[in-house]
Design a protein around this ligand. Structure first.
Ligand code: AMP
Length: 327
C-alpha cells in the first residue's frame, strides 16, 4: 500500500510521515514544482501533471494508493470524480465550500458563531468576506450599510472585487479577541478526538498594522492574506473547553475522519467563537513536523499530523478496518 498526495500545502510532512510509518510514497506535482519534493527525498515516485485537476484522468497511476487530501486538493479537484480511495470523509470536506453548511454544522455542535448580517442590517463593526479561495483578499471592515456600500464600490473600481462578489458578500460581526486555529484528529479506530496543535495565522497586512502608529494608519485598510503560521498554546485552564468544542464538532458529524481544524477567536470572556472549519489537514500543522506540545503529551516525540494520518491507515489495515477511514 502506498500513500499519495498532491505536491503542495502540507505534502512534505504527509509524505515524510508516511515513510516513517513504513509506506511507499507518491507526490503528484505540477510540472516545475517537483524540485522541493526531490530536495527533501520524501517521495519514492513523482507523477507530473500539467495542472492538479488532471489527476482525475490519471487515477490508474495511483493503483494500490490512498490519496491524502489537503487544501490544494479540495480547492482544485472535484472530490466526486475521485475513484481512488481518499483518506477521510469527502462528504465532510465538501462542506468547506459552503459557508451555510459550515454554519449549520457549528449550530448543531452548539458552538458560538459570529452574528451574520444582510447589508441593511449591519449595526456594529463587521467583516465582509467573499467566496472562493482568495485567502482573505478583498475582505473589509464596515459599521453600517453605507460604509459597506462605499468600501465595496471602491474595491469594485480597483478591480479587487466583482459585482457578483459583492452580491454574495458574507457579512459577519467582527469578533474582538485573539485567534486560535485549533487542529484535532478524530480517530474512528479509538473513538477519540485528539487535540493535535494550535497556531495563529500570520496575515498580511493586518498583523503588520500594529507596527504603525494609529495616526499614520489612516487610509490603510486591513487585509487578511495568510502568508505563514506561528505557534501558540492556550493556557492550561482553557484546554477542557478546547476539547469540548472539538468533541462536539465530531459528534455533530459522525462520519468525519482524521484531521480537522476550527478557526476560532477567543474573547476576553474566555469564549471560543468559531468562524470556519476544515475537515482535513491544514497548513498550520506544518509547524509541528517534529510533533506538537500536545502530540508530545500523547505520543512522545516525533508525531507530526502527517505521521498521525499514516499511523491511522496502518492500524486500520492491521485491524482490517480500512473502510472506516477512507471514502
Ligand atoms: P476566513 O476567510 O474566514 O478564514 O477569514 C480570514 C481572516 O479574517 C481570519 O483568519 C481572521 O483573522 C479574520 N476574521 C474572519 N472572520 C472574522 C470575524 N468574524 N471576526 C474577526 N476576525 C475575523
Amino acid at each position: 500500500m502506498k500513500i499519495a498526495t498532491i505536491g503542495s500545502h502540507s505534502a512534505l510532512q504527509i509524505l515524510k510521515g508516511a515513510k516513517e510509518e513504513g509506506f511507499g510514497t507518491i507526490a503528484i506535482c505540477e510540472k516545475g514544482r517537483e524540485k522541493l519534493y526531490q530536495r527533501y527525498k520524501v517521495a519514492d515516485e513523482i507523477i507530473l501533471v500539467d495542472k492538479y485537476s488532471d489527476i482525475i484522468n490519471q487515477q490508474d497511476r495511483l493503483k494500490d494508493a490512498i490519496l491524502i487530501p489537503h487544501g490544494t486538493l479540495v480547492a482544485s479537484v472535484d472530490l466526486d470524480e475521485l475513484t481512488v480511495p481518499v483518506f477521510g470523509s469527502k462528504e465532510c470536506m465538501k462542506k468547506e465550500a459552503s459557508r451555510k453548511k459550515q454554519q449549520e454544522w457549528f449550530k448543531r455542535a452548539g458552538i458560538r458563531v459570529p452574528k451574520e448580517y444582510a447589508p441593511e442590517k449591519i449595526d456594529r463593526l463587521s467583516i465582509a468576506k467573499f467566496p472562493g479561495a482568495r485567502g482573505g483578499k478583498g475582505y473589509f471592515l464596515c459599521r453600517n450599510k453605507k460604509e459597506f456600500e462605499a468600501k465595496g464600490k471602491k474595491l469594485l473600481k480597483e478591480g479587487m472585487l466583482t459585482k457578483k462578489d459583492l452580491e454574495n458578500a458574507f457579512i459577519q460581526e467582527y469578533i474582538i479577541g485573539v485567534n486560535f486555529y485549533i487542529t484535532y484528529f478524530n480517530s474512528p479506530l479509538t473513538g477519540e478526538v485528539e487535540l493535535f496543535g494550535m497556531d495563529r495565522r500570520y496575515e498580511t497586512n493586518v498583523d503588520g498594522l500594529a507596527r504603525i502608529p494609529a495616526k499614520d494608519q489612516e487610509g490603510i485598510s486591513p487585509s487578511y492574506v495568510v502568508v505563514g503560521n506561528t505557534p501558540v498554546v492556550a493556557r492550561e485552564s482553557l484546554l477542557d473547553k478546547v476539547f469540548e468544542i472539538g468533541e462536539s464538532i465530531a459528534k455533530a458529524e459522525p462520519g468525519m475522519v482524521g484531521p480537522f481544524c476550527l478557526e476560532t477567536m477567543c474573547t476576553d470572556s474566555m469564549e471560543f467563537v468559531a468562524f470556519e472549519i476544515s475537515a482535513r489537514i491544514v497548513a498550520g500543522t506544518n509547524l509541528y513536523t517534529q510533533g506538537s506540545p500536545y502530540s508530545y503529551l500523547q505520543y512522545g516525540p516525533g508525531m507530526s499530523m502527517g505521521r498521525r494520518i499514516a499511523m491511522e491507515i496502518r492500524k486500520a489495515i492491521e485491524q482490517d478496518k480500512l473502510d472506516k477511514v477512507i471514502s
